[in-house]
Design a protein. Structure first.
Length: 292
């Protein structure tokens, strides 16, 4: 024999990570080599300086079109430095030279590169350019773009609210009207990114006759009803547990905003003799909370 009562399993607090990005464009340029730089390292010049403002950089993508002077030795290069307090912490210079004809180049730095592993908030990402030392060398760059991809870690968390147990009788004055729906619990929405709402309670009606007692949920904004849940189910004659799960297929979840009001409503049924009993009412809003 197997007897089971009040079995419950809950899977909460899923950790998810998504990518966000910041992108920066550089001006098109044609840069000639300086004869004074011949035989030195000073032909590397700054091009674009990007302060690091966010943690958890996952990758950096650099894309541009480039070419050199179109003949002779290939010397023109592009590079990236990670600077901290005026010191070079890490750099990318892959040794590739600009071709003689305009060509697209894409560079992807991931977590195998020292820049990604060492970068911190308030560092400076400095894009650098080198046309080549000495006269006659040239670097042309167009459509320069650098994108920084960040990992945003979010945790599924929840807020829960309980309602008082109640026994509510139908009002004869409400018979044949819609006014037998009455407010029960009012919850101000204080967080963004609500993913689901779970409602759970035990309920029954008067125990005989027509079943009319209901529970519902409204989403109110500035005194107007924006969306609602009323599934038409009626309270049974005997105390029974009911669970309602509203996910992103429901209009309440798709439309809810901060400062809206979630209003739980109750309806014992219009006219005399009808009754609604609710116990152990709980409503939980599940939302994604940014951890970093």
């Amino acid at each position: 024999e197997l007897t089971v009562k009040n079995f419950k399993i809950s899977i909460l607090y899923g950790i998810v990570e998504k990518l966000d990005k910041d992108s920066f464009q550089g001006d098109d340029f044609v840069m000639e080599g300086d004869p004074r730089d011949y035989g030195t390292s000073s032909h590397w010049k700054p091009y674009l300086s990007i302060p690091v403002k966010r943690n958890n950089i996952k990758s950096i993508k650099i894309e541009f079109d480039w070419k050199d002077q179109g003949f002779g030795n290939k010397k023109a290069e592009m590079g990236l430095r990670l600077n901290r307090n005026g010191r070079v912490i890490a750099k990318w210079e892959d040794g590739s030279k600009a071709p003689h004809t305009m060509t697209n180049k894409v560079v992807q730095l991931d977590d195998t590169h020292e820049i990604i592993n060492r970068v911190k908030v308030d560092d400076i990402l400095e894009v650098r350019r080198n046309p080549g030392g000495g006269p006659g060398h040239e670097l042309t760059v167009k459509n320069f773009k650098i994108s920084i991809l960040y990992g945003i870690v979010e945790k599924l968390d929840k807020d829960s609210f309980q309602g008082d147990d109640f026994v509510m009788e139908g009002d004869p004055r409400d018979y044949g009207t819609s006014s037998h729906w009455k407010p029960y619990l009012s919850i101000p929405v204080k967080r963004n990114n609500i993913k689901s709402i779970k409602i759970e309670f035990d309920w029954k009606d008067q125990g005989f006759g027509n079943k009319k007692a209901e529970m519902g949920l409204r989403l109110n904004r500035n005194g107007r009803v924006i969306a609602k849940w009323e599934d038409g189910s009626k309270a049974p004659h005997t105390m029974t547990n009911k669970v309602v799960q509203l996910d992103d297929t429901h209009e309440i979840i798709n439309r809810v905003k901060v400062d809206d009001i979630l209003e739980v409503r109750r309806n014992p049924g219009g006219g005399p003799g009808h009754e609604l009993t609710v116990k152990n009412f709980n409503i939980s809003t599940y939302f994604l909370k940014v951890l970093q």
